[in-house]
Design a protein. Structure first.
Length: 633
């Protein structure tokens, strides 16, 4: 929808700009103001102006009718009133029915072109690049393999069907494991970075991945009954609830509409009572035309356009201008832990010795498990010489074994120690501990945990320096959450939170009177991102998280969040300055055009008012350009 509007306004703008040039140059009033003889036949401006009013003004006229029907006057009604009054007055002047001084063809042309430019910029800033709901659907595999070997789309599965999920494959529907055991990557749904072992009798969720072994799953829920569909509904409901917010420009336009209408009515009545009906018509039309929202139409779209461009150069993509505007009022930032404050992947945090790490890396070299990859990566980082291994065997829930030289090396968790009757040499709350056995004897151990981003501590300190409270939320256990929160300096956190409850945590904070920004990267974060006052997605995260947010960080550095806040505050200041200038022009020029100083011999000439109107647009545009100088932390 937004993309359609962008294309519509873009095409109309260029067509109207092409028509506006001859319309303005052939306008007798414009020629008189500038001081030259208008070229072309006298009917050229009326003909081209009429085409511009009917064609270029159509979006505004239809929008004005819609606002009238809904009894909610806004920018469209104000623009519709302005171009209609300018058209009627100009046509009347061209036909000799009204004073020649009411020739506003050039003003009509400029107004339509400027308003189309403003709305083109506005629609472009609002256009969304992805769809959250389509991204959710993309988590399902293209095909599901039934136990009988047939392949069907997930939509054709029925409750009770038995499906085969091969290593590395996605679960096509919610169900229960009937045979097999596999490490499940549920990070797309739960946010948990570590794989979770699922065996016979355990429930599995559509969209999750069997990392190391095959499973047979009995389908228990399909279609709208799946957990993924539930998250989809939460995202849709939250997005709809946040889309009703009124924009600043619409409120200003509504006030200006009533101001212009009231001023026009007062002008008509007063001049009529003074016994000058011709002057009443002239002054009233002049007032309504001078109240045209040239500057107001560009005041906010231009600022937002420059702000989003400025943000993009700093690695921040603003999808929703309302999100950028709202960021200045945020007093609480809720960070998802996994993939946001942490890297979202396991890393070796402690090891008994280089020898233990080297042997573990040798044994794990042929494994595709995330923990194995982390061990191999750690060995490479330390520059260890990893010997080649043979006879590799992976045993679900026990670990791996391989022959390294003449030694049998085994790497595994608590069940491996139970099997050989050995005692652990290392325990660590909130981390995965693997022991390394050589020829049946424990040689040492290593711990792995989701590595904390080094930038996270700086981001927390920067936000707190701005008076913002930082809160963390995670699906991880209490011990893991407490450890990470302490490490980065966060006092308040939510642990063990299910996907559907993350949006509830946002609501809980909002019920405390807080303005909440949510920062996350997973599918499980999508409802919370949409529910928050501002949703901020880490660009390296999932498509659905990105689509549900109003602000996207192109990188994975959480320090960009305070930068977004600084940009928001600077942008809002420019918005207010431009709105005051645009409205201030009308507050001063409209009474003068109406003849407020007529008793003292001064009435604002229409030509001077038109020049001031154009000057106000230039001032607004120049002021918006100053936003490029704002430094982001």
């Amino acid at each position: 929808m937004h993309d359609h509007h962008v294309a519509q306004y873009r095409r109309l703008f260029w067509w109207m700009l092409a028509l506006a040039v001859p319309t303005v140059l052939s306008s007798g009033m414009f020629a008189m103001v500038v001081g030259y003889d208008a070229p072309g036949p006298p009917w050229l401006s009326p003909v081209l102006g009429t085409v511009m009013y009917v064609w270029g003004g159509r979006p505004f006229l239809t929008g004005a009718v819609s606002e009238l029907r809904s009894r909610a006057p806004g920018m469209m009604l104000l623009i519709g009133l302005a171009i209609t009054v300018a058209f009627v007055a100009s046509m009347g002047a061209s036909l000799g029915l009204l004073d020649h001084g009411l020739d506003f063809w050039w003003e009509l042309a400029l107004l339509i072109v400027i308003m189309l430019l403003g709305h083109w910029i506005e629609m472009r800033s609002l256009a969304r690049t992805t769809s959250a709901l389509d991204s959710l659907a993309a988590l399902l595999p293209d095909e599901a393999e039934r136990a009988d070997g047939t392949r069907v789309p997930p939509s054709e599965l029925r409750v009770g069907d038995l499906v085969l999920v091969r290593p590395g494959g996605r679960i096509p529907a919610d169900g229960v494991v009937v045979s097999g055991s596999a490490g499940m990557d549920e990070s797309m749904i739960t946010g948990e970075s570590a794989t979770v072992r699922r065996s016979e009798g355990d429930r599995v969720v559509a969209g999750t991945v069997a990392t190391d072994s095959a499973l047979r799953v009995e389908v228990r829920a399909v279609g709208d009954d799946t957990a993924l569909a539930g998250i989809r509904r939460l995202v849709e409901a939250a997005q709809n609830s946040t889309s009703r917010a009124q924009r600043i420009a619409d409120r200003a336009a509504a006030l200006l509409f009533w101001f212009a209408l009231g001023a026009g009515l007062v002008t008509a009545v007063v001049w009529t009572l003074l016994g000058q009906p011709d002057e009443a018509i002239t002054r009233t039309i002049t007032v309504l035309v001078i109240a045209c929202p040239h500057a107001l139409g560009l005041a906010i779209p231009l600022v937002v356009s420059i702000a989003t461009e400025r943000a993009a150069r700093a690695g921040v993509l603003v999808k929703d201008r309302l999100a950028l505007e709202s960021m200045r009022t945020v007093d609480t930032v809720l960070f998802d832990k996994t993939g946001t404050l942490t890297k979202g992947e396991p890393a070796v945090t402690w090891v008994t010795s280089d020898e233990v790490l080297g042997l573990a890396a040798a044994a794990e070299a042929d494994s595709e498990h995330p923990l194995a990859k982390a061990i191999v990566a750690a060995a490479k980082e330390r520059g260890l010489d990893v010997e080649p291994a043979s006879e590799f065997v992976s045993s679900p829930a026990l670990g791996v074994s391989a022959r390294v030289g003449s030694r049998l090396v085994r790497v595994g968790g608590p069940r491996l120690l139970d099997e050989v009757g050995a005692e652990p040499v290392r325990e660590a709350a909130g981390a995965t501990v693997l022991h390394v056995l050589v020829d049946g004897a424990v040689l040492g151990a290593l711990t792995l945990a989701d590595e904390i981003r080094p930038e996270s501590r700086e981001a927390v300190r920067a936000l707190e320096a701005r008076g913002v409270e930082v809160v963390m939320i995670t699906g991880d256990a209490e011990a893991v959450a407490a450890s990470v929160a302490h490490e980065v300096g966060i006092a308040r956190y939510y642990a063990g939170v299910r996907p559907e409850d993350k949006a509830g945590a946002v609501k809980e904070l909002q019920d405390e009177g807080r303005r909440v920004a949510m920062v996350g990267d997973g599918v499980n974060d999508a409802p919370a991102l949409a529910r928050a006052d501002v949703g901020i997605a880490i660009g390296a995260g999932t498509d659905v998280a990105i689509a549900s947010a109003g602000v996207i960080l192109a990188g994975d550095d959480p320090r960009a969040v305070p930068s977004v806040m600084d940009l928001s505050r600077a942008t809002y200041r420019k918005m207010k300055q431009n709105l005051w200038w645009a409205a201030g022009y009308n507050l001063i020029s409209v009474p003068l055009a109406a003849g407020a100083l007529a008793p003292w011999g001064f009435v604002l000439p229409m030509s001077v008012g038109a020049i001031l109107m154009s000057a106000s647009t230039v001032v607004v545009a120049a002021n918006a350009q100053l936003l490029r100088r704002v430094r982001l932390s």
